[in-house]
Design a protein around this ligand. Structure first.
Ligand code: ADP
Length: 548
């Protein structure tokens, strides 16, 4: 049977009728098969594909109704149109046949014109139905492909996914997908080639003298060579298909499919592959864009880390000499000189903080910031933070209240980084609170539901009666370099890095941070860090960790 020829199954126990119909249908260009009863018809259905069944009702062994029941319940056969054949005066059979799912009926004796018209109409309906079905199937397949492509930001992975789908849909024996760099195809995904040709992690170039590739490069369109006569990467290649993957008129990549069968692909398959490549183009372009962004980001991180390192040494020298001069060890310093030197020292201190913040941000972004964990008492730690910030709080005549229970559980964390977290929050509290304001640091033990389990946490809050943060500024508060639009807040020097680093550090401790704020009333920052209740368990874990 030719693959694209319509095939009709004629089921009739009357040999003369069968022959008459089959000969007539063959003359009209249809392929036919005949069965003398229902059982034979079912057997033929099992091993052949039919586009239409002409079905007599009254037959021995298995009658037409029984055949209809089987056909209309079968997942593969239910969409084959059935035309029942009945005696012209037997309307009851026709009605029953239609009730059982037959599409149409033909009265006996046959009227050739009616036979021709009804068959054509049924086949047209079936063709439209098949087309719709194929479209829906393709739509579902494309959705799956898109979901897979959208899940990656890696151009190479997007190419592998595309090639896998192209191969399975086209039944190609081998295929390659490569990116076009400086006019050459750099292969990033390959399937079905022998070991010598396979990429095996080493990129290689796709020779552009292959007939389909050459043609696709010249025309910038899909090129199909149905008979290559052995010219191909695949041994004994016969069919070759090359599809350029384009984005904004530019060829980014080339898909090559090969088969050892000549004239392997039909129009529908190629149309699908073309659509697949259009979808893939977006994912590949996104992947490439991401590569560029990532490498720019890495370059920026490297630059920041280099500059901050280089700035540290001269700043330490400036600070050292300023301290020496202020101390008077190298001669008396008059009041004006003292004031200049103090400004110099204050500014160097600020610069050092900025540089160290920049260094932290770049380390966090590069994933190079490591915690040196220990068991830490937050009660002691907050006391330390309070003492180191007391001078500034006193300078603004603010009051600081501590509300921390003595039996607060320990936490496991990096002492220096925990000091940094709370120093940042307390220094923001006094920076953004006017003279005579009030700062309260509270802590308590609490429990959080984690799935089914309760986790003990230490909850610390830093509250102030300061400027507060406008609603519209609140969403960006933890972003890098964010400073609120409030003119009063902007009067205090700052870089907008503190809260970003603080949030990252809290999260690295498996904790979380959030805040509540009312403009011109005050702000409360909350931090939760997992508590350590079972010291024995911690000791065991720490011992295991040190072993590795
Ligand atoms: P910096 O203080 O260096 O500007 P931060 O990241 O610590 O950077 O804070 C970001 C912004 O959030 C600040 O510029 C300020 O506008 C606002 N902010 C932070 N803490 C408070 C606070 N306690 N009260 C009011 N505004 C605050």
């Amino acid at each position: 049977m030719k693959s694209n020829q319509v095939c009709i199954l004629v089921v009739d126990d009357n040999e003369m009728n069968r022959d008459l119909i089959t000969r007539r249908l063959q003359r009209q260009g249809y392929e036919t098969m005949a069965a003398e009863n229902g059982r034979v018809a079912i057997n033929l259905l099992k091993s052949n594909c039919f586009d239409l069944i002409l079905l007599d009702i009254m037959m021995p062994v298995m009658n037409g109704y029984e055949v209809l029941e089987v056909v209309k319940k079968h997942p593969k056969w239910q969409y084959i149109p059935v035309i029942v054949i009945s005696a012209a005066d037997d309307m009851r059979s026709v009605v029953k046949g239609i009730e059982l799912g037959a599409e149409d009926y033909l009265p006996k004796p046959f009227n050739p014109m009616l036979l021709k018209a009804r068959i054509r109409a049924s086949l047209e309906k079936k063709r439209l139905f098949d087309r719709e079905q194929a479209r829906m199937e393709e739509f579902a397949t494309m959705q799956t492909i898109d979901a897979q492509l959208n899940a990656t930001l890696d151009a190479k992975r997007a190419m592998e996914i595309t090639l896998e789908w192209a191969m399975s849909y086209s039944k190609a024996e081998a295929g390659i997908l490569g990116e076009i760099v400086d006019g050459q195809t750099n292969v990033l995904a390959a399937q079905g080639y022998s070991y010598e040709t396979a990429i095996d992690n080493n990129q290689f170039l796709l020779p552009d003298e292959l007939p389909a590739v050459k043609q696709a490069c010249q025309t910038e369109e899909m090129a199909y060579v149905p008979e290559t006569n052995g010219a191909g990467l695949l041994a004994r290649a016969q069919s070759q298909l090359a599809i350029p993957i384009k984005r904004e008129q530019q060829i980014m990549a080339m898909l090559l499919l090969e088969s050892s069968t000549a004239k392997q692909w039909e129009h529908e398959t190629m149309a699908f592959l073309q659509r697949l490549c259009t979808h893939a183009a977006i994912a590949i372009a996104n992947g490439k864009l991401y590569e560029v962004v990532e490498s720019a980001n890495n370059a920026k991180t490297e630059f920041v880390s280099f500059v901050s390192h280089e700035l540290k040494t001269p700043m330490t020298t400036i600070q050292g000499y300023t301290d020496l001069l202020i101390s008077g060890s190298f001669g008396d310093v008059n009041e004006t000189q003292h004031s200049f030197l103090s400004t110099l020292r204050a500014n160097v201190k600020r610069m050092k903080r900025l540089v160290s913040d920049l260094e932290d941000v770049s380390r966090i972004e590069a994933g190079h910031l490591e915690l040196k964990t220990d068991l830490v008492s937050l009660q002691e730690l907050i006391d330390e933070v309070m003492h180191s910030t007391m001078t500034q709080i006193d300078a603004k005549e603010q009051t600081l209240k501590l509300d921390i229970p003595t039996d607060l559980p320990l936490v496991k964390g990096d002492r220096t980084r925990l000091v940094q977290i709370f120093t940042n929050l307390v220094s923001n509290a006094y920076k953004y609170t006017p003279q005579n304001g009030k700062i309260t640091i509270s802590a308590n033990e609490t429990f959080e539901l984690n799935g089914d389990e309760e986790t003990a946490m230490v909850h610390v809050s830093v509250a102030d009666t300061g400027l507060g943060i406008r609603k519209e500024d609140q969403t960006g508060i933890f972003d890098k370099f964010f400073r609120a639009s409030d003119e009063l807040a902007k009067k205090s020097p700052g870089t907008g890095l503190g809260l970003n680093i603080t949030k990252n550090l809290v999260e690295m401790h498996n904790g979380r941070i959030w805040f509540e704020s009312e403009f011109r009333k005050g702000t409360i920052f909350h931090v939760m860090i997992p508590a350590v209740l079972d010291l024995e368990e911690v000791n065991i874990i720490t011992e295991i960790e040190t072993l590795f």
